[in-house]
Write a protein that binds this ligand. Structure first.
Ligand code: ATP
Length: 502
C-alpha cells in the first residue's frame, strides 16, 4: 500500500499534476505547485463543490474575502491563544513530531493488526465468514481491540485536559520510537502555534503584526452582517468560500495531505439557536452523499467522531477516506455554536444579531460549518482513481477519474501526420473546444498516445483516419473499457457532452 502511494506521487509529477515548490532550489517543505494537468483537476474539484453548495442551494451564497485581516480577529477567534499543536522532539535524530500524530499512528497499528486477522480469516473461510462474530470472539482481535480502546480513552482524556505531561507519558508507555533514529529518547511536549505572521506597513510608520489566515471561516464571520443585510438573507442560510489558508505544520508528511500553504472550501451555515444539531446532522448526510456520488465505493468512507472538541464546537465529525496509508480525514463538519459571532461582537463592539421575524426577537445565530481541503480532496481523488491494469500483452496505468473531473475530456488523434488528417482533427477540436477541454496529439504510435491519455485520465479519445475524410466518422475509444466504436463526428458533442458535466 505504501508502495502504491510512492508510485502515485511519482505519477503526479511525471504527468504534470503536482510539482514540489521551488524544486530547482531543492524545494520548500510541504509546499507544492500544480502543473498543467493538476490545475485543471483542481479547478474541476472546486467547481463540483461550488456548484453543489452554491448553485443547488437557494439559501447558500458565495464570498471571496481577503487573506489579510485585522489582527484582532485572530485574538477574538481564539487562534492566537489556542491554535496550537503539541510538539515533541527526538533527542537523537533531532527530528520534530506532533505528539498527537505519533499516538494516532500507534492507534492505527492496533487497528491494522485487527484488520489483518479479519482479512486472513476471510481468505480462509470465504463466503461462510461472519465478520462481526469473528471480531467479537477471536482472541487476537479482542486483545488488540482492548489495547486500542484503553489507549484511545487515555489519549482522548489527555487531549481534553491539554495535559502535555500525560501525552509524553503515553509515548513512553507505548514505547513509541522515532521513525528516523529508532530511539525512545524524547524531549518534553510543548505547545506550538501554527499561525504564520508577517508585518504590514513599513517599520518607520509603525508596522503591525498580522497573520496569514489559518482558515477561511473567519472571513465569513466578519462579513456575516454585510452579506445578510445586502443579500436580504433569512435564517437559515449559508455563506460559502474557497480560498488559501496557511498553517506552519510541524510535520510535513504524505505529499499534499498536509501542506503549509493549502486551499479550503468552507461553508458556514447560520441557524436559529437550538436547531444546530438538526442542521449538523443534515449537513453530515448532504456532505457524505456528495463524496459518495463520485462513485469511489461507499465502503471507503466513514465518519469519525472527534477525540477532542475544538474550543468553539459542541459537535464535530470528520469524513474519512481510506487512503493507501489508512482512513484519514478529508472533511470536517463542526457545530461551532455562537462562539465566533459572539466573540466578534465582544472584540469589535458591534452588534452581530439577527432579527427573527417569526420569533419576533433578536439573537446571535448558531453556526454549522462544513470544511474541506481542496488539496486533500485532490489527493483522495487521485488515490481513488489510480489503477495499474494487467492487459493481455502488456499493462497500463490509468486514472479512472469521474469524467467531469478529468483535466482533458477528449483527445483527438490523427492516425498519420499527412493526407489532411491533422487538419480534420483540428476541425473537430475547433468545433468542440468551447464546450469542453480537448487535446490534440499526433506524436508516436496510436497505442502510445492512448497510454498517455489513460495516464492523465482522459475519458474519450477519437482517432481520425482516412475514412474520416470520406464519410465524416471517427473511432471513439472509451478509457475504462478500452472499447472502440465508429461514430459520426456530428454526434461527438452529444456523446461526450452528456457525460462530462455533473
Ligand atoms: P488535521 O487534524 O489533519 O490537522 P484539522 O482537523 O486541523 O486537520 P480542519 O481545521 O478541520 O483540519 O480543516 C478542515 C479541512 O482542511 C481538513 O479536513 C483538511 O481537508 C484540510 N486541511 C487542514 N489542514 C491542512 C493542511 N495542512 N494541508 C492540507 N489540507 C489541510
Amino acid at each position: 500500500q505504501e508502495d502504491i502511494f510512492k508510485k502515485l506521487v511519482a505519477h503526479c509529477k511525471e504527468y504534470g499534476f503536482v510539482f514540489q515548490s521551488s524544486e530547482i532550489y531543492d524545494g520548500l517543505g510541504a509546499v507544492y505547485d500544480y502543473g498543467q494537468m493538476g490545475v485543471e483537476l483542481k479547478n474541476n474539484i472546486k467547481k463540483y463543490w461550488w456548484d453543489s453548495m452554491v448553485l443547488l442551494h437557494e439559501n447558500v451564497v458565495g464570498l471571496d474575502s481577503a487573506i489579510f485581516m485585522h489582527p484582532t480577529i485572530w485574538k477574538a477567534s481564539g487562534h492566537v491563544d489556542a491554535f496550537n499543536d503539541p510538539l515533541i522532539d527526538n533527542k537523537d535524530s533531532k527530528k520534530r513530531y506532533r505528539a498527537d500524530v505519533l499516538i494516532e499512528d500507534q492507534l492505527g497499528k492496533f487497528e491494522e493488526k485487527m484488520n489483518k486477522e479479519v482479512a486472513k480469516a476471510k481468505k480462509r473461510f470465504g463466503d461462510a465468514f461472519d465478520e462481526q462474530q469473528f471480531r467479537e470472539t477471536n482472541p487476537r482481535v479482542l486483545a488488540n481491540k482492548q489495547k486500542y480502546d484503553e489507549l484511545h480513552a487515555r489519549f482522548a482524556k489527555a487531549l481534553n485536559d491539554s495535559n502535555l505531561e500525560e501525552l509524553k507519558q503515553i509515548i513512553i508507555d507505548q514505547e513509541i520510537v522515532c521513525p528516523i533514529s529508532g530511539s525512545r529518547n524524547w524531549t518534553d511536549v510543548r505547545q506550538f502555534n501554527l499561525m504564520f505572521s508577517t508585518e504590514m506597513g513599513s517599520t518607520a510608520d509603525g508596522a503591525s503584526k498580522i497573520f496569514l489566515r489559518p482558515e477561511t471561516a473567519q472571513g465569513i464571520f466578519v462579513n456575516y452582517l454585510n452579506v445578510q443585510k445586502t443579500g436580504r438573507m433569512k435564517i437559515p442560510f449559508g455563506i460559502a468560500q474557497i480560498g488559501k489558508a496557511f498553517r506552519n505544520e510541524i510535520v510535513a508528511r504524505q505529499f499534499i495531505f498536509r501542506m503549509r500553504e493549502f486551499e479550503q472550501m468552507e461553508m458556514q451555515f447560520f441557524v436559529r439557536p437550538g436547531t444546530e444539531l438538526d442542521w449538523f446532522n443534515k449537513w453530515k448526510d448532504t456532505r457524505i452523499a456528495w463524496h459518495r456520488a463520485l462513485g469511489f465505493g461507499d465502503e471507503n468512507y466513514r465518519f469519525h467522531e472527534h477525540e477532542k472538541l475544538a474550543h468553539y464546537a459542541n459537535a464535530a465529525v470528520d469524513v474519512e477516506y481510506k487512503f493507501p496509508f489508512g482512513f484519514k480525514e478529508v472533511e470536517g463538519i463542526h457545530s461551532r455554536t455562537d462562539f465566533d459571532l459572539s466573540q466578534h461582537e465582544e472584540y469589535s463592539g458591534k452588534k452581530i444579531r439577527y432579527f427573527d421575524p417569526e420569533l419576533n426577537e433578536s439573537y446571535v445565530p448558531y453556526v454549522v460549518e462544513t470544511s474541506i481541503g481542496v488539496d486533500r480532496m485532490f489527493l483522495q481523488v487521485v488515490a481513488a482513481s489510480y489503477c495499474e491494469e494487467q492487459l493481455e500483452k502488456d499493462s497500463r496505468v490509468v486514472l479512472k477519474l469521474p469524467a467531469p473531473l478529468a483535466p482533458i475530456k477528449l483527445a483527438v488523434l490523427p492516425l498519420v501526420k499527412k493526407d489532411g488528417l491533422p487538419e480534420k482533427a483540428r476541425e473537430i477540436i475547433d468545433s468542440l473546444k468551447f464546450d469542453f477541454n480537448c487535446q490534440y496529439d499526433e506524436k508516436d504510435s496510436i497505442g502510445k498516445r492512448y497510454r498517455r491519455q489513460d495516464a492523465i485520465g482522459t475519458p474519450f479519445c477519437v482517432t481520425v483516419d482516412h475514412q474520416s475524410a470520406e464519410d465524416n466518422t471517427v473511432t471513439i475509444r472509451y478509457r475504462d473499457t478500452m472499447k472502440q466504436e465508429r461514430v459520426a463526428i456530428s454526434d461527438l458533442g452529444n456523446i461526450i457532452g452528456g457525460q462530462v458535466n455533473f
